[in-house]
Ligand binder design. Structure first.
Ligand SMILES: [Zn+2]
Length: 125
């Protein structure tokens, strides 16, 4: 299971590549902020989180998949993840950060989600 939560998972890499291509500069996995946000734009005080649909219980077909075994175990684990996400986002916002969540399924078609990300961030400088 270790690879599921590892850093630099594929959807995150897809997003990072797109952001670089457009011309954004950012840092990744900033440990000094609550929840170690995936992609951080310090000067703008904005953070982008990349969430896997299954783990973070996205309202999509991958996020609502029910595992065949250990149903209770997975549902508890995923509920805990959702609560932790909410808490970390609250903490970041309380510190004056703006937070945007990008879902794994949206990054299957990055050209569709990138306008929203750019809208959140503002134009690259
Ligand atoms: Zn999804």
């Amino acid at each position: 299971m270790s690879r599921i939560r590892s850093k630099g998972t594929k959807p995150e890499l897809v997003l990072r590549r797109e952001l670089h291509r457009i011309g954004y500069r950012f840092v990744t996995n900033l440990k000094s902020l609550p929840g170690t946000p995936d992609i951080v734009f310090s000067k703008r005080k904005k953070a982008v989180l990349v969430h896997g649909c299954f783990w973070h219980s996205h309202d999509c077909k991958w996020g609502s998949a029910v595992p065949a075994t250990n149903v209770r175990f997975w549902s508890d684990k995923r509920s805990a993840t959702v609560l932790r996400d909410e808490r970390k986002i609250d903490e970041l916002q309380a510190m004056g950060w703006k937070v945007f969540t990008v879902w794994e399924c949206q990054l299957r078609r990055p050209e569709d989600v990138m306008p929203n990300v750019v809208g959140f961030l503002g134009a690259p400088r």
